[in-house]
Design a protein around this ligand. Structure first.
Ligand code: ATP
Ligand code: MG
Length: 208
C-alpha cells in the first residue's frame, strides 16, 4: 500500500505463535480481540517447528498442525498462516520467528501475542532483550494463569483482557484420545481434520 509520497504505509501485523496441537477457540479469540484492540491489519499465525520447551514431549508432525491452523483461520480475511518456523531447521525460538517476519515484512510493525502463561516465561527465552526491539508484546489473560508482568518494561508489553475460554490443546488431545467430544472447543473443520487423520488416537497414557 503506497501513500501519495510513494512511501509505503506502515502496517500493523499481529503475530500469534503457538504449537497449535491442535489450534482451538482460545487461540482464535485471543487473536481476534488483540486485532480489534490494536487496530491490526492482519494476524499471522505461526505454528512452531520443534518447540524448544517441549522437547520432552512428542508433538504432532508440523504439517498436520500447519493444516489445522489453515483450516481454522481460512474464513477470517485478516488471519493468515506462516511456515517460517516449520520450514526452519532445528528448534524454534521466537527470536528467529521475529527476525524472519521482519525480513519478510519490512513495512510492518509487529505485535507478538502471548497468553499469561507464556509471557511469564519470556525473560528466559533466547535473546530476550532483543525480542522487545523486534516487536511489541501483548499478553492476554488466560483462565488458570495469573498475569504477571514483573520484570518487564511496561513500554514493551501490554496486558489485554480477553473473554475467558478455559481451553487448552492438552485437554483437546486428551479428549480426542479418550473419545470425548472436542466439538465447540475447536473449529468444526478442525474436529473433522482430527477425526479424518485419526490424530491423538493411540495416546491415552499421555504419550503425545
Ligand atoms: P498446550 O496445552 O499443548 O501447551 P495450549 O493450549 O497452551 O497448548 P499453545 O499452542 O501452547 O496452546 O499456545 C499458544 C499461545 O496461545 C500461548 O501464548 C498461549 O498462552 C496462548 N493460549 C493458549 N490457549 C489460550 C486460551 N485459552 N486463552 C488465552 N490464551 C491462550
Ligand atoms: Mg501451551
Amino acid at each position: 500500500i503506497s501513500g501519495e509520497s510513494g512511501t509505503p504505509r506502515r502496517t500493523r501485523l499481529g503475530v500469534m505463535g503457538g504449537t497449535f496441537d491442535p489450534i482451538h477457540h482460545g487461540h482464535l479469540v485471543a487473536a481476534s480481540e488483540v486485532a480489534a484492540r490494536f487496530d491490526l491489519d492482519e494476524v499471522v499465525f505461526v505454528p512452531t517447528g520443534r518447540p524448544s520447551f517441549k522437547q520432552d514431549t512428542t508433538v504432532t508432525p508440523a504439517e498436520h498442525r500447519y493444516l489445522m491452523t489453515v483450516v481454522a483461520t481460512a474464513s477470517n480475511p485478516r488471519f493468515t498462516v506462516s511456515r517460517v518456523d516449520i520450514d526452519r531447521e532445528g528448534l524454534t525460538y521466537t527470536i528467529d520467528t521475529l527476525r524472519d517476519l521482519r525480513r519478510e515484512r519490512p513495512h510492518s510493525d509487529l505485535f507478538f501475542i502471548t497468553g499469561a502463561d507464556a509471557i511469564a516465561q519470556i525473560l528466559s527465552w533466547k535473546d530476550a532483550p532483543e525480542l522487545f526491539d523486534l516487536a511489541h508484546f501483548v499478553a492476554v489473560t488466560r483462565p488458570g494463569h495469573t498475569m504477571s508482568l514483573e520484570g518487564l518494561n511496561p513500554e514493551s508489553v501490554t496486558a489485554v483482557e480477553v473473554p475467558a475460554l478455559a481451553i487448552s490443546s492438552t485437554e483437546c488431545r486428551e479428549r480426542a484420545a479418550s473419545g470425548q467430544p472436542v466439538w465447540y472447543l475447536v473449529p468444526d473443520g478442525v474436529v473433522q481434520y482430527i477425526s479424518k487423520h485419526r490424530l491423538y488416537r493411540e495416546s491415552i497414557d499421555g504419550q503425545f
